[in-house]
Design a protein around this ligand. Structure first.
Ligand SMILES: [Zn+2]
Length: 363
């Protein structure tokens, strides 16, 4: 099967074409292994294969690219053939109808339908906070959007949701000085784990140590700095930039990540949680929903603890991760044993994601 030159299938060649210094930096962070999977289909399968993959030859030899982030030990297996499977048209009208018919849920009337935190509620311009009924952690709140439809949001609203969550975090920290580790997440629609359809973010404030994955990233980045004397996050951006997989949007680094946890994962890295980052988050989400047709996604935000702690968080930026969780109409889960216990199997191409982001963010 032939692949376009600027595609994940040709990652090894693309890296080899980089200047020596860029190549060395890439190899400090990533290992790429390319292999070809072969099979022999019986004639009885030919028609079916042609229908789904275009030709029998297309499936006889399949190029598979395994990317491993050696610093964080995250891994992805890319097979473009999986992406080339024709998708059934997404029945978006059904989804719109379901969203509409769900109006009037408890989040539409948060004052009556949701509990408050002991320190009260934070009122944003377009949102209000609530206390989660069944908590993940001692402090576990929600930013409930005024807008019911989770796929309808503006730049101003996204900024307000994040500001309201941060305001909540400060109030929670005042209520318990030992709670210092803030985590912000946005699960959109069922495939992402959201149980309530109405638009909302969630946030927690933990004690003792940050959540395992945030702490893992801190340690990996710290060891990288000790070993190489430079910032892991700067190098990660430089590596993606050299390959055309990153863009600088108002000083926010946006990466079509080479070792995504699942489809189309984008990382945003910024020194500060300022208006530029909030705007960049909105722009990426807008691209996801309006350009790529994403309906269900997760967003996660990592940041340094709110107050002083004993471990070293110096140089740790704001890191936002956004991932597509697939079609809400598809019953098959996107996460299987491979994703949970081995390496993630990815159908999307980071080179295409980067291209779409660049186009969408420059308009
Ligand atoms: Zn609602």
């Amino acid at each position: 099967m032939s692949y376009p030159l600027r595609s994940i299938a040709h990652l090894e060649e693309l890296v080899q074409a980089l200047p020596a210094e860029e190549q060395a930096r890439f190899e400090r962070i990533f290992q790429v292994d390319t292999t070809v999977g072969e099979l022999v289909p019986p004639p009885s399968m030919h028609e079916w294969i042609k229908k789904f993959f275009g030709s029998v030859e297309a499936v006889q030899k399949q190029r598979i690219v395994k990317v491993t982030n050696l610093i964080t030990v995250e891994g992805a297996l890319f097979n473009e053939l999986r992406a080339s499977r024709p998708m059934e048209a997404r029945a978006t009208s059904d989804l719109e109808q379901t969203i509409l018919s769900n109006a009037g849920d408890p989040f539409c009337k948060p004052l009556e339908g949701t509990p408050a935190d002991t320190f009260g509620r934070i009122k944003g311009e377009h949102s209000i906070t609530a206390s989660n009924v069944a908590k993940y952690d001692g402090f576990h709140g929600l930013v409930i959007f005024d807008e019911h439809n989770p796929l309808r949001f503006t730049a101003e609203e996204v900024r307000d949701y994040i500001d309201t969550a941060l305001h909540w975090a400060r109030e929670a920290h005042c209520a318990d000085k030992e709670a210092r580790y803030f985590f912000l997440m946005w699960n959109c629609l069922w495939k992402s784990g959201a149980s309530i359809l109405h638009g909302h973010m969630q946030m927690t404030l933990g004690r003792g140590i940050h959540y395992a994955k945030a702490e893992h990233l801190r340690r990996a980045a710290l060891l990288y700095r000790i070993a190489h004397g430079v910032s892991y996050f700067d190098d990660l951006y430089a590596v993606h930039k050299a390959l055309g997989l990153a863009l600088n949007y108002k000083q926010v680094h946006i990466l079509a990540y080479l070792a995504p946890i699942k489809e189309r994962e984008v990382l945003l890295i910024s020194e500060r949680l300022d208006g530029k980052l909030k705007d960049a988050i909105y722009r990426v989400l807008h691209c996801f929903v309006d350009t790529m047709g994403v309906r269900s996604f997760n967003l996660a935000l990592y940041m340094r603890p709110l107050d002083s702690v004993t471990e070293d968080w110096s140089g740790f930026p704001i890191v936002v991760r956004i991932v597509d969780r697939g079609d809400p109409n598809n019953k098959t889960a996107d996460f299987g044993a491979m994703e949970l216990y081995a390496s993630s199997v990815i159908s999307s191409d980071p080179f295409q994601v980067a291209e779409m982001l660049a186009k969408s963010l420059s308009s």
